[in-house]
Design a protein around this ligand. Structure first.
Ligand SMILES: NC(=O)C1=CN([C@@H]2O[C@H](COP(=O)(O)OP(=O)(O)OC[C@H]3O[C@@H](n4cnc5c(N)ncnc54)[C@H](O)[C@@H]3O)[C@@H](O)[C@H]2O)C=CC1
Ligand SMILES: O=C(O)C(=O)CO
Length: 324
């Protein structure tokens, strides 16, 4: 008999067929308690779980006594209680690498659009305001040759550094938990402590995972330290930043502008002051959202679940140490 799994995200037809070749699949719209209650037997029987963007915690694991592997269609896994998974010896698989280049493109888009005011001035054109040759009130600031500070020099940080160094001649500073020889050799990146990076960078780009250590890593103190001409970019996770402090820093002119793909609450509430600020580019968490990359992420997650339930954890496994 095929192992049973729960699928909580729609998949392209060919990937669903691939999954069904290996598993008996129950599709559900989400992992909310009412959904779990409605499909209690399927959850009770499931050995695998596949989807994204939902909390997987002790309460859910209690409803899934046979669960052996969870596969998320994302690289970030802050929505999983990894300790609880480890305690239950449930493997957690994720999708690094396949999305790295696309997310780095998104970060570069945030850098360019916030510095050159692309969204703001395009709206002015659409609003019929371009009636004569433009003046300095439409101008932006240069990106090329400016200093880029990267906080979190992982896979995406490296892909961003590559774009900035070779494409835009930007000197690169970085802060990470350890020195990154490749970043220094390939992109001439300079390692520094966070305060030095904040003091010197023209663009401060966060591409960090959300962990206990990174929660609210950026607050009033960090924004006050940045240059008043600096642009702040966050494409990692919203709660790494104290959003109230960010709003104050933008209001007070402590920083010049912000480009944001992630927020403390997603979707960003319509009442957020960020939406009223012309110097904020706010995107709906589109870092990896291209047709090609989202397909590749889903395919990777399907393969990951097939591998994990066969005990293969050589790649893309967050907690391989628990494999039997
Ligand atoms: N906006 C979006 O759509 C996307 C956001 N992300 C986010 O980006 C994160 C990074 O992805 P990758 O680069 O693939 O991960 P990665 O694991 O390769 O890189 C993360 C880097 O952050 C560093 N780091 C962790 N804690 C730190 C701390 N306290 N101080 C300084 N550095 C620290 C790590 O050492 C590592 O170098 C993901 O965990 C996810 O949260 C990822 C993909 C898409
Ligand atoms: O993969 C992730 O972690 C995302 O945020 C979406 O691609």
């Amino acid at each position: 008999m095929k192992p049973s799994i729960i699928l909580y995200k729609a998949l392209p037809d060919d990937l669903l067929r691939r999954l069904e070749e290996h598993f008996s699949v129950t599709q559900v719209p989400n992992l909310r308690p009412e959904t779990v209650a409605q499909h209690a037997q399927a959850f009770a029987n499931a050995e695998g779980l596949l989807g994204s963007s939902e909390a997987v915690n002790t309460a859910l694991l209690e409803k899934m006594p046979k669960l052996r592997a969870a596969s998320t269609i994302s690289v970030g896994y802050d929505n999983f209680d990894v300790e609880a998974l480890n305690a239950r010896r449930v493997l957690l698989m994720h999708t690094p690498t396949v999305l790295t280049e696309t997310v780095a493109d998104t970060v570069m888009a945030l850098v360019l659009s916030s510095a050159r005011r692309v969204v703001e001035v395009a709206e002015r054109v659409k609003g019929g305001e371009w009636t004569k040759s433009i003046g300095p009130d439409w101008f932006g600031i240069d990106v090329h040759h400016k200093t880029l500070g990267i906080v979190g020099m992982g896979r995406i940080g490296m892909a961003l550094a590559q774009r900035a160094h070779f494409g835009f001649n930007m000197p690169i500073l970085y802060n990470a938990r350890r020195r990154h020889e490749q970043a220094e050799e390939r992109f001439n990146a300079r390692y520094c402590d966070l305060n030095t990076l904040l003091d010197e960078a023209d663009f401060v780009c966060l591409i960090l995972p959300l962990t206990d250590e990174t929660y609210h890593l950026f607050g009033a103190e960090q924004f006050a330290r940045m240059k008043s001409s600096a642009i702040f970019i966050n494409a990692g996770r919203g709660p790494v930043v104290d959003e109230k402090a960010l709003i104050s820093a933008l209001r007070n002119g402590d920083i010049h502008a912000a480009g944001l793909d992630v927020f403390e609450q997603e979707p960003l509430p319509a009442s957020s002051p960020l939406l009223k600020m012309p110097n904020v580019v706010a995107l709906p968490h589109i870092g990896s959202a291209t047709h090609e990359t989202r397909y590749n992420m889903a395919a990777c997650a399907v393969d990951n679940l097939i591998d994990a339930l066969q005990g293969k954890v050589e790649k893309n496994c967050v907690n391989p140490q628990i494999a039997g």
